[in-house]
Write a protein that binds this ligand. Structure first.
Ligand SMILES: NC(=O)c1ccc[n+]([C@@H]2O[C@H](COP(=O)([O-])OP(=O)(O)OC[C@H]3O[C@@H](n4cnc5c(N)ncnc54)[C@H](O)[C@@H]3O)[C@@H](O)[C@H]2O)c1
Length: 387
């Protein structure tokens, strides 16, 4: 029986995928695997039984990745599972910026006691009029799961879409509509576009990417959308630019004292991925990845270990070894197995940064003593007999 613990509530659409071979436990100290959303894990001590942690969501800054990797604990996330939820809110954000829908709805609310509201509306509505997004130029910085989804949706709404991502993945490139203009220099996005939306991860290289210099290159009356992270934008420069009218609207999913209540800022309370569907998609993906790792040793979408896939084991035994990415590890594993007269029927080894992962299928069971010898090889972090 494999045991899992949920540090946060996880959508049932995911947890119902656990079969009768799994048991939910209340304490992570008793578990083989942990499911988590936002719980802070940096101060937690993990028992040796923990094989994996799956985060139902994309960001993993609540999880001590290196500490986990050192203990042979694989940490998964669910990239792209909430992309559609965020995409839909970005489209809504563009529409909210194009017309003063918020101002108009607030005006109606303020006039709710007015018996003559219908008549007043016809006089007042010009104050909330706007423009259409069809035919406007949209610049997208970062063409990952969300950026690609926004790009494709915006082309269907008749926008002219410019995309910039020097590190675009092959998968993302395949998914991108052919009508999107591939931009080589981010400055061209700044200079050309009426709407600019940013979908890059927050890293040292992207922090305050949208700053005074970038804004200075933009068209007067540009709309900037930020559904990625607030620190990607120099928000003091943004407020100054809103006040001068250089920027027409700043739509952000990240309330903070700089932007909340500032005229021209449309601040949404971090609702990008807050949909039933996104939460379910994340839970389903997290549980599927966790199960494939626990049952077959396969790794997909880990953030601290490499991907690895040997399918289901059709041999007598499968061993998984989490180890450091140093020389002669495979040679040592093969030599230990060979010395014990065990034939390797199938094997694979992958690496990512300082860590590596090896799977071996054997035609016979692995004796306990041989397992201990493997465990004692310097650089080995975990040995797991899966079957
Ligand atoms: N508002 C929300 O609720 C919410 C939800 C999910 C994700 N997010 C944020 O959105 C971001 C993007 O999410 P995603 O799922 O699309 O991630 P992703 O990893 O699929 O895509 C990120 C893309 O950014 C590109 N990139 C990296 N550095 C770049 C640079 N300097 N210039 C241009 N492109 C660059 C990468 O090549 C990649 O294609 C996340 O990092 C997260 O911060 C927000």
């Amino acid at each position: 029986m494999l045991k899992y613990n949920c540090l946060n509530p996880i959508a049932e659409a995911g947890t119902c995928l656990f079969t009768e071979n799994y048991e939910k436990v209340d304490n992570y100290q008793d578990a083989d695997a942990i499911l988590v959303r936002s719980a802070a894990m940096h101060d937690m001590e993990f028992p040796e039984t923990i094989e994996a942690i799956a985060r139902a969501g994309a960001g993993v800054n609540n999880i001590p990745l290196d500490k986990c990797a050192d203990q042979g604990i694989v940490v998964f996330n669910t990239p792209g599972a909430n992309a559609n939820g965020v995409k839909e809110l970005v489209i809504a954000g563009m529409l909210l910026a194009a017309r003063d829908i918020v101002g108009g709805v607030n005006w109606v609310q303020s006039e709710r006691q007015n018996e003559l509201i219908a008549k007043a509306t016809e006089k007042e509505k010009k104050n909330f009029a706007g423009s259409e997004i069809q035919g406007k130029k949209l610049g997208i910085i970062g063409l990952g799961a969300i950026g690609v989804a926004v790009a494709n949706a915006a082309t269907h709404l008749g926008m002219e879409v410019y995309g910039y991502d020097p590190y675009i993945s092959v998968d993302a490139a395949w998914n991108l509509s052919r009508s999107i203009k591939h931009i080589q220099q981010v400055d061209d996005i700044y200079k050309e576009c009426d709407y600019i939306t940013i979908h890059v991860p927050l890293m040292d290289a992207t922090k305050k990417m949208i700053n005074q210099d970038a804004i200075a290159l933009m068209k007067d009356g540009v709309v900037i959308l930020n559904f990625a992270r607030d620190l990607l934008v120099d928000e003091d420069a943004m407020v100054t630019s809103l006040r001068t009218g250089k920027v027409k609207k700043y739509v952000t999913d990240f309330p903070n004292p700089t932007t909340a209540g500032e005229k021209g800022c449309l601040v949404i309370p971090h609702l990008g991925a807050s949909t039933e569907e996104s939460e379910e998609n994340c839970a389903i993906m997290a549980v599927k990845q966790l199960k494939d790792y626990l049952e077959n040793g396969n790794i997909k979408n880990a953030v601290n270990y490499p991907n690895c896939n040997m399918g289901e084991c059709s041999h007598v035994c499968r061993i998984a070894i989490n180890h450091r990415n140093t020389k002669n590890m495979i040679g040592q594993f093969a030599s230990v197995l060979g010395s014990a007269d065990l034939n390797i029927a199938n094997m694979t080894n992958t690496s990512k940064g300082d860590y590596a992962y090896s799977l071996f299928d054997l035609d016979t069971h692995l004796p306990e003593a041989v397992r201990d010898t493997l465990k004692n090889i310097e650089g080995v972090l975990k040995v797991r007999v899966i079957k």
